[in-house]
Write a protein that binds this ligand. Sequence first.
Ligand code: UT7
Length: 319
Amino acid sequence: MNHIRLSGTGSALPARIVSNQELETFVDTSDTWIRERTGILQRHIAAEDETTSSLATRAGQAALIAAGLTPADIDLLIVATTTPDMVFPSTACIVQQALGMTGGIAFDLQAVCTGFVYGVATAERFMRAGGIRHALVIGAETFTRLLDWKDRSTCVLFGDGAGAVVLSMADQPGLLSSHLHADGNHVGTLCVPGAVRGGSITPAPFVHMDGQSVFKFAVRVMDEASREALAHNQLTVADVDWFIPHQANTRILGSTARKLGIDEQKVVVTVDRHGNTSAASIPLALDVAVRDGRVRRGALLLLAAVGGGFTWGSALIRY
Ligand code: UT7
C-alpha cells in the first residue's frame, strides 16, 4: 500500500443564505455589480451559534461516512482555517473532541485560501513517511466574521462553510503529487492586520485587500502551479477531467482556465452559490461535484489555489 487515494468527501454549509439583493439593503452595492464583477449570486453565513469547528465537524463526519470509516480510524487530522474558534487550542483539537477522537495527530494549518491544498500536501508527506493509514483534511471557515460590512470592496465577496476529504493508503495511485509555494513579499496585499494584544485586537480585525493585485497574481500563479503538477506527472491539460480551483470569483476562474487552455466546461464552479469560502472553497466544490455525479472514480482532478501571503499550490488526483 504505497499509494494514497481519496476515499471520501464531505461538506457543510450554514442554513442561512444571503442574496445580493439582501446585501443591497445595508451595503452601498448592487446585485448587477456583484454579478458582473464576481459572478457571485449568494453566500451562506454562519448563525450566531455556529463555529468553524461545528462546520468542520459536520463536513468531517460526512467525509468519514462516504469513506466507510469511523473517527477512530483517523491517524491525522488537519484543519485548514483562517478563522479558528479560539487563539488556542487548535480548531483541529476542538473537532477531535466533537468527533469523539482521543488519539492521533491533530493541528491547524494557516495558508488562507491555499489552506486546503497545503493540508492535502502536508497529509501526503506525513503518509508517505509512514505510520498514517487514514488522514482527515478539512478546510473550514467562518470568514464572514472577518468582514467590515461597511467596506463594499470586500464584504460582498466571501461566505462561510466547510469541506473535507479522507485520504487513505491504497494499492492504486490516487493523489499523484502536490506542489506548494509562498512569497511573503505580498503580506500587505491581502491580510487581516489584527493581533490580540492586552485584551483588544490591533490594528484592525477586518479583511484588507488590493483587489486588482490579487486578481492578477491569482491568475498567474494558479496557471503556473497547474502546469507544474501536470508536467511533474508527464500529463497535459487535455488529460484533466475536472479543474477545481480556489473559488475566488468567476472572472478569476475564467481567466485562469483560458490561460491554462482548459475547456471552461471542465471547471467546477460553486462561487456563484457559496461566495469565496477561503480554505473551504476547494473541498466544498469537490464534494458538490462528487455528490452530483460529475466527478466519478478514475477521473483526473486538478486542484489549484492561491491565498494571502501570498501562498499558492496545486494537487493532481486520480479520483
Ligand atoms: O481569495 C482571494 C480573495 N480576493 C479576491 O478574489 C479579489 C480579487 N479581485 C477581484 O476579484 C476584483 O478586483 C474585485 C471584484 C474585488 C473588484 O473588481 P474590479 O473590477 O477590480 O473593481 P475596482 O476595484 O477597480 O472598482 C471599480 C469600481 C470602483 O468605483 P469607481 O472608483 O470606479 O467609481 C469601486 O468603488 O467599483 C466600485 N466598487 C463597487 N461598486 C458596487 C467596489 N466594490 C463595489 C461593490 N458594489 N461591492
